[in-house]
Write a protein that binds this ligand. Structure first.
Ligand code: AHG
Ligand code: MN
Ligand code: MN
Length: 335
């Protein structure tokens, strides 16, 4: 049997052999993985650890925070603030950026995260996760400000997520394809379980919250209606549907066997471009999907090319198997 490759070894080799990641970035990714391990432990304990239920506070989006949203946020901050690899962090659960305190050295990276994705699934024991994105602080500026974070997703230097499901799996890209690592609880380390992840270009599986159908725009309605017509409709094949309501778990399925995921703009909040957040959810997931041969757009343009205007900006998301994403995007162009 070939030796097991730990995340640590994988990262060292990416640094040493391929020169793909500088040492500080390697350290940063190790720390994020360690934080995910700790979050995974808390998730596993569930009711026994007193981590279920609501915290009765609201985040900047007006969403009620769950206890685990806050615990995961704190774990990520505490793990990352002292290592010297970061200048600042930004989180879906914090109104403003978190600058590394003066008592610690400041590094050159910026870390963004959705500490706990799929909050509505926490209490019902369904897969949830952590999503993260790493940017470089623009050179030349003294200190660090919110505007330093406002970089297009194409400028990410690392992105990934950790899904807490039947297994805890960390999925990572540093721009050289997508690798998956499964948490070996006995060893306490992530072990490489898949490299060069590829998404099939075609699919017969779509993921969207169908209860919002009446609120969608015409192009998304058209696409889904055509899928529903199956062999009798213009697509000439039957489609299957999945909706986990945890983006991490839906994206993980797509990276594993293909599919298309959509959380489009809808009429419930007409002034907002969508529900999902550009910097914490759409950008890291879009990069992973592209690195695995898929595509990601907001219906009009590539998500990774969007210049963010503000930290907590929302966006319409269509991602997954390339030919399906192209099709939905082309329906938008025709209207
Ligand atoms: P979060 O828990 O970080 O707020 O994200 C939840 C997101 C995403 O994970 C999921 O795809 C979507 O919200 C589910 O939304 P609906 O409940 O509207 O289906
Ligand atoms: Mn989320
Ligand atoms: Mn969240």
């Amino acid at each position: 049997m070939p030796p097991k490759i730990s995340l640590t070894r994988y990262l060292v080799e990416q640094q040493r052999v391929d020169g793909l990641i500088p040492e500080q970035l390697r350290l940063l990714l190790e720390v994020v993985a360690r934080a995910c391990k700790s979050i995974s432990q808390a998730v596993n304990k569930g009711a026994l650890g007193g981590v279920l239920g609501t915290a009765n506070t609201e985040n900047v989006q007006g969403e009620i925070q769950k206890k685990l949203d806050i615990i995961a946020n704190e774990v990520l901050i505490e793990a990352n603030e002292w290592g010297g690899h970061l200048a600042a962090m930004a989180s879906e659960e914090m109104d403003t950026i978190y600058v590394v305190p003066n008592r610690y050295p400041q590094g050159e990276y910026l870390l963004l995260f959705d500490p706990l994705d799929g909050s509505s699934n926490i209490d019902v024991n369904v897969s949830i996760g952590t999503i993260f994105s790493v940017l470089k602080k623009p050179e030349g500026d003294a200190g660090v400000q919110e505007k330093d974070f406002l970089q297009a997703g194409a400028r990410q230097v690392a992105a990934g997520y950790c899904v807490y499901g039947p297994q805890t799996t960390l999925v990572l890209t540093v721009g050289d394809g997508v690798a998956m690592f499964t948490l070996d609880r006995e060893q306490g380390s992530f072990v490489l379980t898949q490299e060069d992840v590829r998404i099939p270009e075609d699919t017969k599986e779509f993921a969207i919250n169908m209860s919002n159908m009446r609120h969608w725009d015409a192009p998304v309605k058209r696409y889904v209606e055509e899928c529903l017509q199956g062999t009798e409709g213009p697509r000439g094949k039957d489609f299957n549907m999945r909706w986990i309501a945890s983006m991490v778990a839906d994206v993980h399925r797509i990276l594993t066997r293909g599919g298309i995921f959509m959380y489009p703009w809808d009429k419930r909040e007409p002034d907002k471009p969508g529900k999902l957040r550009l910097m914490y959810e759409a950008n890291p997931m879009s990069w992973l999907i592209e690195q695995a041969g898929g595509a990601a757009t907001n219906g009009r343009q590539r998500i990774l090319d969007i210049q963010p205007g503000k930290l907590h900006e929302r966006v319409s998301v269509i991602l997954g198997s390339k030919n399906e994403v192209k099709r939905v995007t082309s329906y938008h162009a025709k209207l």
